[in-house]
Write a protein that binds this ligand. Structure first.
Ligand code: CA
Length: 358
């Protein structure tokens, strides 16, 4: 066959194949009607939209054979009950972040983020190619769940303050909204961590109920108007350097799927994982410019001395997580040895490249 003929016949075969399946997708009656419960308000920027993107991708890639309906926090079950809801089969899928379930097991926090832990690319490399995913699967198997990485915020910001942070002593007595392990680090530095849902941050900061807060990064922080409640915006988010979002599936429901739909589910989560990170980065670029140019926000780095001291405290806080069980030790060892190796490589690749003055 001549090259031209080959392409001609190839494209007509491809077309013949594509047309009926496209029609099929439109008219297909769903074989699986699934519910996805989430910890976010429906279509909340970046996170809720990320859950919706994943649901839409599963619908499209499966040609309509799986139809996923997304429920915002509180619509079907409260935000922090989605883990149990999916574990018990009330819904098939859940979308959140592993550190929310530390009450089940402290070790889960490694699958989300830890202070001075790995960045988005490092996390993905550990999860997909460094043994992290297998450990995460093991961790959730006790709860009849299969986890998938389904998004990442990238490096977050340090937070909003109404006073300058020049030394660690400036954190003493500071009442700051900072959840999880970051909060524990702040406590050991003399501050008072509090946990508040995102929707209450603006008022709490404006009225002085709290002195400072972290949220996410420019895209999400601008949406909440936090620049109207605080003077200084510090970076980087040492406490959340690359938070992984998750989608977990009820294992019985997963095993009911034929092989091709299982692959579609796992493939769609990888698409969603990349898509959210890219959305966060591109929207942060725009929002940062608005905060700088339009709102003239005082954006400044934490002094090196403060970061170094927070790092020393964090090392102990994170290491303590490894003491609860043999499994916790295994996860800690896997995470920290991967982080050390990837740091060595990043220092001579990414970091040295970004340090070039351009
Ligand atoms: Ca945060």
């Amino acid at each position: 066959m001549k090259r031209r003929d080959f392409f001609k016949s190839f494209s007509s075969i491809a077309l013949l194949g594509a047309l009926p399946s496209a029609l099929k997708a439109k008219n297909q009656k769903a074989e699986y009607n699934w519910k996805m419960v989430t910890t976010w308000p429906k279509n909340f920027p970046g996170l809720g939209t990320g859950a919706q993107y994943l649901a839409d991708s599963i619908n499209k890639l499966s040609g309509g054979r799986i139809k996923v309906t997304v429920y915002g926090a509180g619509e079907l079950v409260p935000a922090f009950e989605i883990f149990d809801a999916v574990s018990n089969g009330v819904a098939e899928l859940g979308h959140g972040s592993a550190y929310y379930w530390k009450g089940k097991n402290d070790t889960f926090q490694f699958f989300s983020t830890v202070p001075f832990g790995m960045t988005a690319n490092e996390m993905n490399s550990w999860l997909y190619k460094g043994g992290g995913m297998e450990l995460w699967e093991q961790a959730y198997s006790d709860f009849n769940l299969l986890p998938m990485a389904a998004g990442n915020t990238g490096v977050q910001m340090g937070g909003w303050f109404n006073k300058e942070i020049n030394s660690l002593s400036d954190l003493k007595g500071l009442k700051m909204r900072i959840p999880g392990l970051g909060g524990e680090v702040l406590k050991r530095a003399g501050g008072t961590p509090v946990n508040l849902p995102g929707g209450e941050l603006f008022t709490a900061l404006k009225t002085g109920t709290i002195d400072a807060t972290e949220w996410v990064s420019p895209y999400n922080d601008l949406a909440f108007g936090l620049h109207k409640a605080a003077k200084f915006y510090y970076y980087p988010g040492w406490h959340e350097p690359g938070t992984t979002l998750e989608c977990f599936v009820n294992k019985d429901k997963y095993l009911e799927l034929p092989e091709d739909l299982r692959s579609i589910l796992l493939g769609a989560s990888k698409m969603a994982n990349l898509d959210m990170l890219c959305e966060m980065i591109s929207r942060n670029n725009e929002a940062l410019q608005i905060l700088q140019d339009k709102h003239k926000v005082d954006i400044r780095p934490y002094p090196d001395e403060v970061l170094n001291e927070l790092y020393e405290i964090s090392k102990n806080v994170v290491k303590e997580l490894s003491s609860s069980s043999d499994f916790a030790k295994e996860v800690y060892n896997s995470y920290s040895s991967f982080q050390e190796k990837t740091r060595n490589w990043n220092n001579i690749s990414l970091k040295s490249y970004l340090n070039i003055k351009k």
